[in-house]
Write a protein that binds this ligand. Structure first.
Ligand code: BGC
Length: 935
């Protein structure tokens, strides 16, 4: 076969002139509550001109919209700065606190300047200071909960306070937070749309607060501020604490403290230039309301008859409410605490004011989509099951018309038993049950819980005497509101479903932190899962602010020895933190991945001392760099009877992260540090050879993941040796494969790099056949069995044994159907099959390197014959399309955004089969390109 025709077209990108757009501050659009003194400002350009590049930019920042003009901008006029970089850190006058700041940017493409971007604004929090008002609480006379086997589910509390300004207000900015989770209301209206504020930190060390503009909600005369506060992570059930007996009295609740507390500090700015601060204090009143129970894991119990219409308005009569107290007046509560390291050691669970406050730095959890129920079925008299058609995380809006006191109980599940019952065994100790007691509104009533969420596809409801209409429940999809940024479609619908399932699983687990799962009594920020998936996450959504935030929690949880924890926030940390090889590595891998995706070095510069300390700690533990695992020996977690020793995993991961450290040190100009890591790697590679590599290329310990990790983690670098290892890995898989089994045995660590290393060692067709397989174990097997999300384990459900796993004996309790680690295959789908990857951090230079399987790569189904994919990079959308045409030629199309270049790697002749011995490299400029390679 030879190259018959080569057509390279550059065409207009969009029918628009060169514009500057999509301004972001601290990686968010128009954020509320920025406390960085020098927040990052970024933008992108769009242009109809092929090859458009930014050659210079100018930023204006002003305290008032009218001042946002050259020569007038009172905070910053950068002047024309020659640069192709589409971001910068704010470098103007000190930013005012509690104020809107306006900005606009223009850019130059050579001599031609864009128009000014549409102006953007952001609201500052307290810059360089902290909220100073007191936390208030209710007088909590309940005894400290001590019974591990009995649920304790206190009611949520309502608070209200009032102020009557004597002068005309021009601006009212609230900084609010709670030890617990809260919802803010002003003059009868809910403020903002965030759920689970102020988020989860180690409240003993640090708390986030939210900043809101109350000005439009204020009225003349008396104004009322109210809040509803529930236990949340602070005082409610957290993770698997109850299951394993962690926490005070081993109950799994009150991990940080006994009684939730509230702080609202409102800064009033008057027309005459003066200002005043109104805070929560003892003039506030408090009571209980309809949320009879409001627990994050256990669910909500809402008695609508107890609603207090207008409770946050001035007209409301609060004479029956109690007076609030200062939170410290509830006194000290020293109680025995247990965790992984200590048993019943006394600790303080009374109020302690968090020493550090920070403005919430990311998109909050919001309802981002509504899902109508697909069907309803009665499985026994009075028990109705709604199928939402999609496994997701969030809540439902319940709509009923019933007499007062009628009770509806809602239970949630991801799967059904064969007899139609909901499968709740995998929820473990999470009760995940909501109860609604109707108030009897003649026109009907609707309800959505505020302080809980569930991971589910099915809702079981009891309480209806006749068949409830389908619109009784509406699914409310909730997650940290990170904009979606990817797309992938190809000729195989099963592969497309795998991609969608991964995105849904990411959405279900992006709830304030990267959780492992949204349904059972866990929902923790497991670091192993996060490190495996971080690069995929950054392909599927704009996760920069989300990870910037979580990396703080990760660093906050570092053990005293310097190890990153196994999950962050590390809530059971009075006695130290569990950690382990490949889990702790998130501290290096996540900053590296997000730097690559965004180009922002602050993801590692902000954490460099902790990152360096972690690397030194593991080096001190294993001075000869031979591979000595530390902490928990999870190894290649959830592999299929093909374990890899944790010490081997450590050698691989230490080497992998040493390479990342070397790269990040170089990027900061730290050449001595870079040299140190290079040297460590040389030693590790040499140790790998003597300890693990046999003369014939056999890798001891011989598991599939041992080969995968050697290839992926840089232990084996010689191309000929890599080829041998890749082929041995392929042979191991083939030897195990049969009519019913793909032959894959890899677990958490081995699966993500499995297809990449196969493809990289000339085994692309095998990799593609595994991606497309419908046999067990595989992603397609899940799809074939109805999956709408990615499962925790390959054998979460098998056709032979249902939830019993491969042998029918599996304990269904650790069996999530929404776990993203195996979804990391989507990174390979985008970077390798579609071939879109950053060649330089932040995609200023793009690597377009698609891979084309042979026509007969798989015998189970038709081989992928076309792919359309895109990623919304910081510079804009990168999209590709390739197609095997009827005559056997290849059509390849790509569009890359302004201010980037791309290196396109295509085979010189027949593309089919992944042989790239003599690739042709094309340099692409911004714009659209079309190529045809003949058969
Ligand atoms: C979690 C995992 C996690 C693991 C640690 C599990 O319970 O769900 O995803 O990484 O524990 O081994």
């Amino acid at each position: 076969m030879k190259l018959l025709a080569y057509l390279l077209l550059s065409s207009a990108l969009h029918a628009i002139p060169h514009i500057t757009t999509d301004l972001k501050v601290a990686h968010q659009t128009a954020p509320l509550g920025i406390d960085d003194a020098k927040p990052r400002i970024s933008w992108r350009i769009e242009s109809e001109k092929p090859g458009a590049k930014q050659t210079a930019y100018q930023i204006l920042v002003a305290s008032r919209m009218e001042l946002l003009e050259p020569g007038k901008a009172d905070l910053w006029d950068s002047g024309r700065l020659t640069s192709s970089t589409a971001n910068t850190d704010y470098a103007g006058k000190p930013l005012p606190s509690s104020a809107y700041v306006y900005l606009k940017v223009r850019t130059w493409n050579g001599e031609s300047a864009s128009k000014w971007s549409a102006p953007q604004k952001f609201l500052t929090a307290l810059i360089g200071s902290q909220p100073k008002q007191p936390f208030i609480s209710f007088k909590d006379t309940t005894p400290f909960h001590k019974e591990r086997n009995k649920l304790h589910l206190p009611t949520a509390r309502y608070y209200r306070g009032a102020f009557t300004p004597g002068k005309k207000i021009v601006r009212a900015i609230a900084h609010s937070t709670a030890l617990g989770i809260y919802e803010l209301h002003v003059n009868g209206q809910r403020v903002g749309d965030a759920y689970f504020a102020p988020g989860w930190t180690d409240y003993r060390k640090r708390i986030y607060y939210n900043t809101y503009d109350l000005t439009p909600l204020l009225q003349d005369g008396k104004n009322t501020i109210g809040a509803i506060v529930a236990d949340g992570w602070y005082a409610g059930y957290v993770g698997y604490g109850k299951l394993v007996g962690y926490g005070p009295h081993q109950t799994g609740r009150n991990i940080y403290g006994k009684t939730p507390a509230l702080l609202i500090e409102t800064h009033l700015f008057y027309e005459d230039g003066t200002s005043e601060i109104i805070g929560t204090d003892k003039t506030w009143k408090t009571t209980t309301g309809p949320e009879v129970e409001a627990d994050f894991l256990m669910g909500e119990n809402y008695d609508a008859r107890k609603e207090m219409p207008g409770w946050a308005t001035a007209a409301f009569d609060d004479s029956a409410w109690e007076n609030a107290i200062l939170a410290e007046e509830n006194g000290s509560h020293i109680q025995p605490f247990s965790d992984a390291f200590i048993k019943n050691e006394n600790r303080e669970f009374g109020f302690v004011r968090p020493p550090v406050f920070q403005a919430y730095p990311a998109q909050p959890v919001r309802i981002t989509q509504e899902l109508p129920a697909q069907s309803v079925k009665q499985i026994k008299p009075g028990t109705w099951i709604f199928n939402m058609g999609q496994n997701f995380a969030g809540n439902v809006r319940l709509k009923v018309k019933a007499e007062a006191g009628k009770t509806f109980v809602l239970r949630f599940a991801e799967m059904l038993h064969p007899d139609g019952r909901i499968m709740t065994e995998n929820l473990r100790q999470a009760r995940a049950t909501d109860t609604y007691i109707a108030k009897g509104a003649p026109e009907g009533e609707t309800w959505t819980p505020r302080f809980t969420f569930h991971g589910f596809q099915y809702v079981e409801i009891t309480g209806f005497d006749t068949e409830p209409p389908l619109d009784t429940v509406t699914g409310l999809v909730m997650h940290s509101d990170t904009a979606l940024a990817s797309g992938f479609e190809c000729s195989d619908p099963v592969v497309n479903k795998i991609f969608q399932n991964a995105v849904w699983t990411q959405r279900a687990n992006w709830i304030e932190l990267p959780t492992d799962c949204p349904q059972r009594d866990e929902r923790l920020g497991w670091t192993g899962d996060a490190q495996i998936y971080a690069a995929s996450a950054a392909i599927h959504a704009d996760v920069a602010a989300f990870f910037r935030k979580w990396l703080r929690e990760l660093e906050e949880s570092v053990t005293k020895e310097g190890y990153y924890p196994s999950y962050a926030p590390y809530c059971f940390g009075h006695g130290g933190g569990i950690h382990g090889s490949a889990w702790s590595d998130a501290g290096i891998i996540v900053p590296h991945a997000i730097w690559k995706a965004t180009g922002d070095k602050s993801f590692f510069t902000a954490h460099w001392p902790a990152m360096s300390r972690f690397m030194e700690s593991r080096k001190a533990h294993d001075p000869q760099l031979k591979g000595k695992d530390f902490g928990a020996p999870w190894g290649d977690w959830l592999n299929l009877n093909d374990a890899t020793p944790p010490s081997y995993v450590e050698l691989a991961y230490f080497n992998k992260t040493a390479l990342m450290m070397e790269e990040m040190a170089t990027a900061q100009g730290l050449s001595a540090e870079a040299a140190k890591y290079r040297q460590w790697r040389e030693t590790m590679r040499a140790n790998f050879r003597t300890q693990h590599l046999k003369p014939d290329g056999f890798i001891q310990p011989g598991s599939q993941s041992a080969y995968v990790l050697a290839l992926d983690c840089g232990l084996l670098t010689d191309p000929a040796e890599r080829k041998i290892a890749g082929d041995k890995l392929a042979a191991l898989i083939r030897a195990k494969a049969n009519d019913k089994n793909t032959g894959m045995t890899t677990g958490f660590l081995g699966t993500k790099p499995l297809l990449p290393v196969l493809a990289d060692t000339g085994n692309l067709d095998l990799a593609v056949s595994m991606l497309q397989s419908r046999k067990y174990p595989s992603w397609g097997y899940e799809v074939k069995n109805g999956a709408t999300t990615i499962w925790e384990r390959w054998n979460s459900y098998t056709e032979e044994h249902g939830f019993g796993g491969e042998d029918g004996k599996m304990n269904a309790s650790m069996n999530s159907f929404s776990h993203y680690a195996f979804g990391a295959v989507t990174e390979w789908m985008v970077t390798t099959l579609a071939g879109i990857a950053p060649a330089e951090p932040g995609y200023s230079k793009i690597k377009l390197h698609p891979h084309f399987p042979s026509a007969n790569a798989t015998k189970e189904t038709d081989t992928i014959s076309w792919i359309k994919a895109h990623h919304d990079s910081p510079h804009g959308r990168i999209s590709i399309h390739w197609k095997r045409q009827d005559d056997g030629s290849l059509l390849y199309e790509a569009t890359i955004p302004p201010n980037t270049t791309a290196e396109l790697v295509l085979p010189k002749t027949s593309p089919w089969g992944g042989t790239d011995a003599t690739p042709v490299i094309h340099q692409l400029a911004p714009g659209s390109h079309r190529l045809v390679i003949a058969k």
